[in-house]
Design a protein around this ligand. Structure first.
Ligand SMILES: *[C@@H]1O[C@H](CO)[C@@H](O)[C@H](O)[C@H]1NC(C)=O
Ligand SMILES: *[C@@H]1O[C@H](CO)[C@@H](O)[C@H](O)[C@H]1NC(C)=O
Ligand SMILES: *[C@@H]1O[C@H](CO)[C@@H](O)[C@H](O)[C@H]1NC(C)=O
Ligand SMILES: *[C@@H]1O[C@H](CO)[C@@H](O)[C@H](O)[C@H]1NC(C)=O
Ligand SMILES: *[C@@H]1O[C@H](CO)[C@@H](O)[C@H](O)[C@H]1NC(C)=O
Length: 937
């Protein structure tokens, strides 16, 4: 959400005499390229020099086998990595290799910096990124080993890690096959501490022939010339080769394809959280958040690299040239697979090397392993899976309540209305503009009557000279300037502002106070939730629109070291404050900036997109990428933040948006109003149908979230996750699975058909026509404006709630409809998770039921496989029934009636045949007890 941002920037530029050159893309002059970043330029140079020398290159890094301390029962190897300088002397870099209990290998390399003295700065390399990213320090597990002069081999489970000690490399073999090689190309580079004088001395021992000194002690990029770079060059870089893979995914946030591209002749992918203005699609530019986790997928196995560093980071990707056409024959493929590889080069501005290497059987297991380290998505409050209506801005209490009642007038369900920055008094967070919102408790209570919620924005920049920011200064919990002698002041929405330093534990009690019951901001409402925006942090007059890198945080760490995780510390502080406020309600927090671990407490969205078809199309790979890196609660603004969508785009965007795990309509202050009733017919009805369909699917979505909270499985799921054995799916990113539905939203204008790819040989059914479609490959299906292309995979049981209600809360005790789609062997399976949707009783008290539906052998049965049906909430489900079972692909001639058994009772239910399916009407079973229906009679 960026106001006349351009004009502000032009103003800032004028003030500082830095008018951007008119040529080029909208905003590229604001952001560094690799060549503009000293450390990226130096490491790419290093890589090209090493490549030129080729096999004659002698790595400067080695390990003396005498120095190793191998604690096999603890799962740990420790020692010193020696970096050889030009005169033959060495810098000693302490390292650890450990085997994590999930059978992943972790490598840490640090440097004990000596000779650096500063009161303001911690002289250590930042080594706490994992403390923020991980839920806890992972357990280690034992290994067997053998050691010779030049090789250490660790064996654990079906893995071997072969450590070459003379030219430090690690090869990871899984089931006897090489999958990952660390430092394969000798790009390991840890720029050790040396002063400028030492570096520049004649015959300096510190600079190897393959190294560059470009911008080692200064920054020539126009907006960051003032950067003090107190440690000089301190980057860490390392390369990893994935063997037997052609596709890699992950490392958000970028507006690019799902399958990451070769970057040899272009910019690397950059991970640096920035408020990117009018971002472009198909771009490697950094965006608002970063998750330094990459996954490679092949039919045989899947591998992951988790690079736990929170500094500015670039990743180069090189794919082995391969003459193989997109795969045709499975046989040919597997024999050539071993020749294929993806080479990656990771470069971070500072910090330590801390990396976890994961190899498993399939991508799902890699995601799960990553989730065991960083946490799984927390089960969201049910309301937050409904529809969110936002715009910049709903003007006042009347406007809010009017919009709310219009939804009811038009019989469109929605759960949450949002307030952007204008609700505050002069953009002072935790205040309300009294003329416009005279009694927010009253407004919230009114919304609560129909189960609705309010989300209000609270950003980390706090306007100077008011109560809250004065407290920040007084308590000394703000981000500091480079001398650490003053709180840093920059510009953002309110003008001059300070930033809360949520790395500082002292900031938490202060933050809690702002949200507590009875506070000016929060009042007493139980249906108030929070939007954390601008937490990259966005600083309008800062370099690259963010904090100067030499600002200082708690612990005397430079902002440079913690930049990419600041946004996480901020939304986590808000989450904690909301829990303190009301420990009985799951808080909903939307964040724009994120890091590994953000999935534990927040939802994210893809920021300021545009009301153009290409952004609708891009939203799908963007959200799929978030899903594969464990951040499932993701969405994109419907129907584009900037601009005015035409009616067709608006409608198609709603039809796509209902699949986003986080589903919000939002628009810029200069965009015209576009709530679904404004477009008129037939558009309004089509959007209403789409929105209602989302609500029908809430039981499915909620169940997906439950499963994801246990194992990290994606909710909007790429085809490569569903059928990793089919390599033809690997670059498909315009369709996806949502539970057992295969969906391909229409993302271009004037379409009335789509070609949808079926990845396996199972029968699928077109949900709109119930036509059976069989055969791996592309199938053309009808997709006129009023329909969304959806196929149901056979073998599934999909539980929905079919009745229209104004909000999700009002659906709590509604009956269920089950869609049973039989596969070729007349079997089907599905799951349903139910709890109260808002408290923590599911985890505190087992107050939930997890139900398995199974069809086969001429019967359908329902069994509670987890939870407890006798608790406060679940016992109330005794009134909730299944009102209908729809059978697709069942026996062609249905029985007239079926026999139903539940508990010690039994009865018969009527069957209504129809074209292509049949329905068991009112089977009469209640949802929180096991039941069985015999189909043969
Ligand atoms: C970056 O700098 C290197 C070395 O100065 C140069 O060879 C290369 O062409 C530059 N790349 C771009 C994209 O400008
Ligand atoms: C270690 O790596 C070097 C350089 O690639 C190679 O010459 C040597 O043979 C390797 N040692 C072992 C034991 O593989
Ligand atoms: C705040 O008020 C809510 C009722 O709106 C109550 O349930 C909650 O326990 C209160 N929180 C605290 C910390 O007193
Ligand atoms: C959660 O459990 C407590 C204790 O059993 C109960 O008082 C409360 O009503 C429950 N909350 C919900 C939303 O069911
Ligand atoms: C159905 O109930 C009757 C008694 O009401 C009982 O005799 C019969 O065995 C039951 N059938 C089944 C399949 O449980």
């Amino acid at each position: 959400m960026l106001n006349r941002w351009c004009s502000i920037l032009v103003l800032v530029a004028l003030l500082f005499g830095l008018l951007p050159s008119p040529a080029g893309a909208v905003k590229s002059y604001l952001f560094k390229t690799c060549n503009d970043s000293g450390f990226c330029h130096r490491n790419r140079h290093f890589a090209s020099e090493v490549a030129k020398i080729g096999s004659d290159f002698e790595s400067r890094y080695s390990i003396n086998s005498q120095d190793l301390s191998i604690k096999k029962d603890k799962g740990l190897v420790e020692g010193s990595l020696l970096k050889r300088l030009n005169d033959g002397s060495h810098v000693s870099l302490p390292f650890q290799i450990s085997v994590l209990s999930d059978l992943n290998l972790r490598l840490k390399v640090n440097e004990e910096r000596t000779g650096f003295n500063s009161k303001a700065l911690n002289s250590k390399r930042y080594d706490e990124a994992s403390k923020w990213a991980f839920t806890q320090e992972p357990d280690l597990t034992t290994f067997d080993y053998s050691l010779s002069d030049d090789t250490l081999v660790l064996t654990y489970g079906e893995y071997q890690a072969i450590v070459n000690l003379t030219q430090f490399k690690i090869e990871i073999l899984y089931k006897g096959t090489l999958r990952i090689t660390m430092n394969d190309r000798n790009l390991l580079n840890m720029e050790h501490y040396r002063t400028k004088e030492q570096q520049e001395a004649e015959n300096s021992i510190h600079i190897a022939p393959e190294e560059s000194t470009y911008n080692a002690y200064s920054d020539s990029f126009k907006d960051s010339k003032k950067d003090k770079l107190p440690f000089g060059p301190e980057s860490v870089a390392l390369d990893f080769t994935f063997s037997g893979y052609k596709h890699v995914y992950g490392i958000p946030e970028h507006a690019d394809s799902l399958s990451l591209k070769d970057t040899t002749d272009s910019e690397p992918y950059r991970l640096f959280n920035v408020d990117i203005f009018e971002y472009e699609t198909q771009s490697k530019y950094p965006m608002y958040g970063s998750i330094p986790f990459m996954i490679a997928v092949s039919p045989e196995s899947s591998a992951g690299i988790f690079w736990i560093n929170s500094a500015d980071t670039y990743v180069d990707i090189r794919k082995e040239e391969s003459n193989i056409e997109e795969e045709t024959d499975q046989q040919v493929l597997s024999s050539k697979d071993n020749l294929e590889k993806v080479e990656t080069h990771w470069m971070s501005e500072n910090g330590i090397i801390d990396v976890v290497l994961i190899v498993k059987n399939n991508p799902q297991s890699v995601s799960q392993s990553y989730g065991k380290l960083t946490g799984f998505t927390t089960l969201p409050n049910m309301f937050s899976l409904g529809y969110h209506q936002c715009r910049w801005n709903y003007n006042d209490e009347l406007d809010v309540l009017d919009i709310s009642s219009k939804f009811d007038e038009h019989q469109i369900p929605y759960d949450t209305i949002w307030l952007d920055i204008e609700y505050t008094d002069e953009k002072k967070y935790f205040t309300w503009k009294k003329e416009l919102f005279p009694d927010h408790d009253r407004m919230l209570a009114k919304l609560d009557e129909t189960g609705r919620n309010l989300v209000a924005i609270i950003d980390p920049h706090l306007k100077t000279h008011y109560e809250v920011s004065e407290q920040v200064e007084k308590l000394d919990v703000g981000i500091k300037n480079h001398n650490a002698d003053e709180i840093y002041k920059g510009h953002c929405w309110p003008g001059e502002s300070v930033w809360i330093d949520t790395l500082n534990p002292e900031s938490q009690p202060f933050w809690n106070k702002q949200f507590e019951n009875g506070s000016e901001f929060a009042g007493y409402a139980r249906n108030l939730h929070i939007w954390n925006d601008m937490n990259e942090p966005s600083v309008f007059n800062g370099p690259e629109t963010t904090s100067p890198k030499d600002n200082i945080h708690y612990g005397n760490w430079e902002h440079r070291s913690v930049h990419n995780l600041y946004g996480l510390t901020y939304h986590e502080a808000t989450y904690e404050a909301m829990i303190q406020r009301n420990p009985d309600i799951r808080p909903f927090i939307l964040t724009r900036s994120f890091y590994s671990g953000s999935q534990r407490t927040s939802a994210m969205w893809t920021g300021d997109n545009m009301a153009k078809w290409e952004y609708l199309k891009e939203s799908i790979p963007q959200i799929l990428t978030m899903n594969v890196v464990g951040f499932q609660f993701a969405g994109a603004d419907v129907a584009g933040f900037f601009g005015n969508p035409d009616k067709e785009l608006l409608t198609r965007w709603y039809q796509a948006g209902i699949w986003y795990p986080f589903f919000r309509g939002h628009a810029h202050i200069d965009s015209r109003r576009r709530e679904p009733w404004i477009a008129g017919e037939p558009y309004t009805s089509i959007m209403r149908d789409a929105l209602r369909f989302r609500y029908k699917l809430l039981p499915v979505l909620y169940t997906q979230f439950y499963q994801s909270s246990l194992d990290g499985s994606p909710i909007m799921r790429p085809l490569s996750y569903e059928t990793p054995e089919n390599t033809k799916t690997y670059s498909i990113d315009d369709q996806f699975f949502f539970d057992q539905l295969l969906v391909k939203p229409v993302t271009s204008p004037g379409q009335d058909k789509v070609s949808i790819y079926i990845p396996d040989s199972k029968p699928y059914y077109n949900l709109n026509t119930l036509e059976k479609i069989v055969g791996e490959g592309y199938h053309e299906i009808e997709a006129p404006l009023e329909s969304i292309p959806i196929l149901i995979k056979s073998g599934s049981v999909i539980p929905i709630k079919a009745r229209y209600r104004r909000s999700s809360r009002l659906m709590t005790f509604d009956p269920y409809t089950l869609f049973v789609t039989m596969d070729d062997s007349a079997k089907a399976k599905g799951y349903l998770y139910i709890d109260d949707g808002e408290s923590f009783n599911h985890s505190l008290d087992q107050d939930f039921v997890y139900i398995e539906f199974e069809a086969g052998d001429n019967e359908i049965k329902s069994s509670i496989i987890d939870g407890d049906a006798t608790k406060t909430f679940t016992s109330k489900l005794a009134d909730v029934k299944v009102e209908r079972i729809v059978l697709i692909g069942g026996p062609i001639v249905p029985p007239k009636t079926v026999d139903v058994v539940q508990g010690d009772k039994n009865w018969t239910a009527e069957v209504l045949p129809a074209d292509g399916f049949w329905t068991i009407r009112n089977p009469g079973v209640i949802i929180n007890q096991d039941w069985k229906i015999s189909l043969a009679s």
